[in-house]
Design a protein around this ligand. Structure first.
Ligand code: GLN
Length: 486
């Protein structure tokens, strides 16, 4: 077995025992990335020099007998909407194609302090708007299980890189499913933490009341380790919550026994492919065998979630993206302009892709006077109802099991004609963001060689419950061990 095929918790032991050098791990992973990239296209930027430097620092510390942080020397890839000082951060947009942030996001500062090895920045849908990476302004990433299929999105580059062993760990961001959906499509683990659990400082804002950074990993243990590393209160993010994180690894090992797992009919109805339904049924059986209890719950307002999401997210985006005006950040038009307004218009026309423009226009429309009450205000009310649904459901269960998506990864180009079809991809993932809850996707089976994601949603700040259930499931199955041939 090559080093790049190992998990973080396996490599951690080898590095600490001095059996393997961090530089050897970096070399193995970067060499693998170089081989796989012409097919997969997961990375916008590979940071080889920087990675070797970080790895050498780890090896020096090991040789001096310094006690290392748990993930020291482990390669990690970062979605390209998380600011990295001195390293290009494009959001996969032409408007930020050459933007180099002057500061680190809080999660990046943590990664550097904890001596992880940042290997590069990964592709995504432009400004995280999309479900396939086809909205990237740079290029489309491929699904390592089938390079004709999408890897999911918007954190598709991070998911594909983990899946293809081009990194050991990755970070993504999730506004309406962008960690869980690509994790599901690539057969890996992806966790969206509770809103406020992980600092958003330095995450380029898409929809600020929904965005959250989280891990994409090869297994649940790695997910617990990476979450532990980033789940910290940050005074620089006014929505960060000051509530100490538990020991996730220790909690995780309690497993699924005794947990009450909710099944909601609203998540198991029409439109779900048969193999996905079967995977959920199999999941139920696995959990019963593990000593979990299955209970029925109802989330009656689910059918309005997608509409509410596609009002609230664009509304916030239209405001957040107003800052890209050719004056303060990134691209500026080189066309002749006669005044400032024309400068803004030409710059934005050239810099933003079609989907981003669509969201800005939708968002501006739903916020405009005359339509505000009919759309934005109503969507906010629906949001409250959805949150209440979950509060009620969690009175009788500890977590809720659903599919991550209605079917497996679709072919590139098959849903780009109709934006609505793409939006429907997010039907099971957006509720979690609207309610602020934590959610995880794990590999729960295969349909014709393509991975099926199982999603679990938990109460606020109860990531450990999701990790317990996911770990129990993983111990009892071997879906997570399967890797595609590249
Ligand atoms: N697909 C959803 C959207 O386009 C979710 C994206 C995300 O979570 N960043 O908005």
């Amino acid at each position: 077995m090559e080093l790049y095929q190992k998990t973080a918790h396996e490599l951690q032991q080898l590095i600490a025992a001095k059996e393997v050098k961090a530089v050897e791990v970096a070399e193995s992973v970067l060499e693998r990335a170089r081989q796989a990239e012409p097919k997969i296209h997961a990375f916008v930027t590979l940071a080889e020099e920087e990675a070797y430097q970080a790895a050498r620092r780890v090896d020096e510390a090991v040789s001096k007998g310094v006690k290392l942080p748990p993930l020291a020397g482990i390669p990690v890839a970062i979605k390209d909407n998380i600011s990295t000082a001195g390293l290009r951060t494009t959001c996969a947009s032409k408007i930020l194609e050459n933007y180099i942030p002057p500061y680190d996001a809080t999660v990046i500062a943590e990664i550097r302090n904890q001596m992880m090895v940042l290997v590069g920045k990964t592709n995504m849908d432009e400004f995280a708007m999309g479900s396939s990476t086809e909205n990237s302004g740079l290029f489309t990433t491929r699904n390592p299980w089938d390079i004709e299929a999408v890897p999911g999105g918007s954190s598709g580059g991070s998911a594909a890189a983990v899946c293809a062993d081009e990194t050991i760990l990755a970070l993504g961001s999730d506004t309406g499913g962008s960690i869980r959906q690509p994790a599901g499509y690539c057969g890996i683990v992806g966790l969206k933490p509770t809103y406020g659990r992980v600092s958003r400082y330095g995450l380029v804002a898409y929809a600020s009341s929904l965005d959250q950074i989280g891990p994409l990993t090869k297994d649940v243990t790695d997910c617990a380790l990476l979450l532990q590393a980033i789940a910290k209160y940050d005074p620089k993010d006014s929505t960060s919550v000051n509530q100490p994180a538990p020991d996730y690894l220790q909690e995780m090992k309690k497993g699924a026994k005794g947990l009450r797992i909710g099944l909601a009919k609203e998540y198991l109805g029409e439109g779900i492919s048969l193999p996905v339904k079967d995977a959920v049924q199999n999941g139920v059986k696995v959990f019963k065998d593990l000593g979990a209890e299955i209970v029925e719950v109802s989330l009656p307002h689910t059918e309005y979630a997608l509409a509410a999401y596609y009002i609230i997210a664009p509304a916030e985006a239209s405001s957040n993206l107003a800052r890209y005006d050719g004056v303060r950040y990134g691209h500026r038009t080189s066309q002749k302009v006669s005044d400032a307004v024309e400068l803004f218009m030409k710059t934005r026309q050239e810099g933003f892709g079609a989907e981003v423009k669509r969201r800005i226009m939708t968002g501006t429309y739903v916020l405009s006077s005359g339509y505000y009450d009919a759309y934005y205000l109503k969507a906010q009310k629906v949001r409250t109802l959805i949150r209440n649904d979950f509060d009620n459901a969690f009175k009788s269960c500890d977590l809720i099991l659903t599919p991550t998506t209605p079917s497996v990864a679709f072919k590139i180009g098959s849903k780009t004609k109709d934006p609505l079809e793409m939006y429907l991809e997010d039907i099971f993932t957006v509720t979690c963001n609207l309610a602020g809850l934590p959610g995880i996707s794990i590999s729960g089976g295969f349909d014709n060689g393509m991975p099926i994601g199982l999603q679990m949603l938990g109460p606020l700040f109860k990531e450990e419950i999701l990790l317990r259930a996911a770990y129990g499931f993983e111990q009892a199955t071997d879906f997570h061990k399967k890797r595609p041939e590249i």
